[in-house]
Design a protein around this ligand. Structure first.
Ligand code: SAM
Ligand code: MD0
Ligand code: SF4
Length: 395
């Protein structure tokens, strides 16, 4: 007989709705679930976590002790693959104009209450330079989705590819990630040729029906395809999901399977932050899976990949729990005093200089972690850049 699926806690699941269960039954189920947790975590620490059932089981853990066991396993897997070294990503959200109308996003085009900005090339280069000097391992150039019209406006940043070249030159060749949304293949090719190391593009969900409700009017297939195209061009890719939107463990398990199939190099989860003036401002979304639990399961499912602890959702106060769950990259470090925004939280901790390498140092130390040296990051991305095309080899 198969074991009960998707228990809410390894200790007592499957019991509450059973009228006829006696104390004996309860003990048996508890013991069976404890054994199952132990077996799954044992397999996971050998980098052999299964799909489907195992994932759903772990994603459903509700008991504090069970979760602690999950986090401990995730930390052990991270330690084996990365030691105590953490990578830092500087974030430059350089243009908040967007043609899309994502239901969850503050920057959706229908949100007219929003003051938008587009930073000049010099402002972008300065912010990137400041980040580089502060010790980050990568610069993430992010924008609302907006068609490129390079010559259309004086003062508009040059083409995205031109910007990547200039940022790399200004930052001593530091790796660069681009997060421009869905762009033409010709732009992706230009970005790869300009030396962009990463293309980040989050599907949010791998259920096309849910996608249609979140990324209104956008093509699920096209967004997936862009990631494969970027891979084929020699770029590393980041895939990600949004939680707190009424998902079930099975939805997240499906996303993990899709991210495995994609062979993403970096995988992230972010908890939805409701945004005033958007359709999801006050949605009754149902219970969220905890972000820490999803991070830990991602770590077990992707032992040797990069997994962010984003400062964009919970700020500095939320960093330790994400690191303790097995994340190994701190993202969304933002330079204060430049009028630069975050995404999920437009301003949280930015002007207070709490999203800086300096501010996160003590948190890393308390978590038994430290900042990796730059060579280690470069080494990691060079090893992961397998689909090496001539241009990738020439970097
Ligand atoms: N415009 C580009 C795009 O959408 O791909 C680049 C921006 S991308 C960094 C924005 C990502 O931030 C989304 O894919 C989503 O995962 C996350 N995000 C946006 N709004 C959010 C919110 N309210 N709460 C949590 N995450 C959010
Ligand atoms: C972050 N605010 O890392 C950034 C952003 C885009 N590549 C990343 C969502 O959380
Ligand atoms: Fe635009 Fe990106 Fe926000 Fe969607 S998530 S509205 S594409 S900025």
């Amino acid at each position: 007989m198969s074991e009960p699926t998707a228990p809410a806690r390894a200790g007592d699941l499957g019991v509450s709705d059973r009228q006829d269960s006696g104390k004996g039954d309860r003990t048996i189920v508890m013991q069976r679930n404890q054994r199952r947790l132990k077996t799954i975590l044992g397999r996971a620490t050998d980098d052999r976590l299964g799909d489907g059932e195992d994932l759903r089981f772990l994603l459903s853990l509700a008991d504090e002790e069970d979760r602690e066991a999950l986090f401990a396993a995730a930390r052990e897997v991270r330690r084996r693959h990365f030691g105590s070294a953490v990578f830092l990503y500087g974030f430059v959200y350089f243009s908040t104009f967007c043609r899309n109308d994502c239901a969850f996003c503050h920057y959706r085009r229908s949100n007219v209450a929003l003051p938008r900005y587009r930073k000049s090339p010099e402002e972008i280069l300065q912010a990137a330079g400041t980040l580089a000097a502060s010790g980050v391992h990568l610069i993430d150039l992010t924008m609302g989705e907006w068609p490129e019209r390079p010559a259309a406006r004086p003062g508009q940043p040059d083409s995205l590819a031109g910007l990547v070249r200039r940022v790399k030159a200004r930052c001593g060749g530091l790796p660069v990630m681009v997060s421009p949304g869905v762009v033409p293949d010709s732009t992706l090719a230009a970005l790869a040729a300009a030396g962009a190391d990463w293309y980040a593009c989050y599907q949010e969900t791998h259920n096309p029906r849910r996608f249609a409700r979140l990324r209104v009017g956008q093509s699920y297939a096209e967004r997936m395809q862009k990631k494969s195209t970027a891979q084929a061009l020699g770029m590393l890719i980041e895939e990600g999901i949004l939680i707190g939107i009424g998902e079930r463990p099975a939805d997240v398990a499906d996303s993990i399977a899709a991210m495995r199939a994609l062979d993403a190099d970096q995988v992230r989860v972010m908890t939805f932050v409701p945004q005033e003036g958007t359709p999801m401002a006050a949605s009754a979304l149902g219970p969220a899976l905890g972000e820490a639990v999803v991070i830990a399961v991602l770590r077990l499912a992707f032992p040797d990949r990069l997994i962010p602890a984003s400062l964009d959702v919970g700020g500095l106060a939320g960093l330790a729990e994400r690191l303790d769950a097995g994340a190994n990259v701190v993202t969304s470090l933002v330079v204060p005093g430049k009028g630069l925004a975050g995404v999920a939280h437009a301003s949280l901790d930015i002007e207070e200089a709490r999203r800086t390498p300096q501010a996160i140092g003590p948190v890393l130390a308390r978590c038994g972690l430290g900042v990796a040296d730059r060579q280690a990051y470069r080494h990691w991305i060079d090893r992961r850049r397998p689909r090496a095309l001539p241009q990738a080899g020439a970097r």
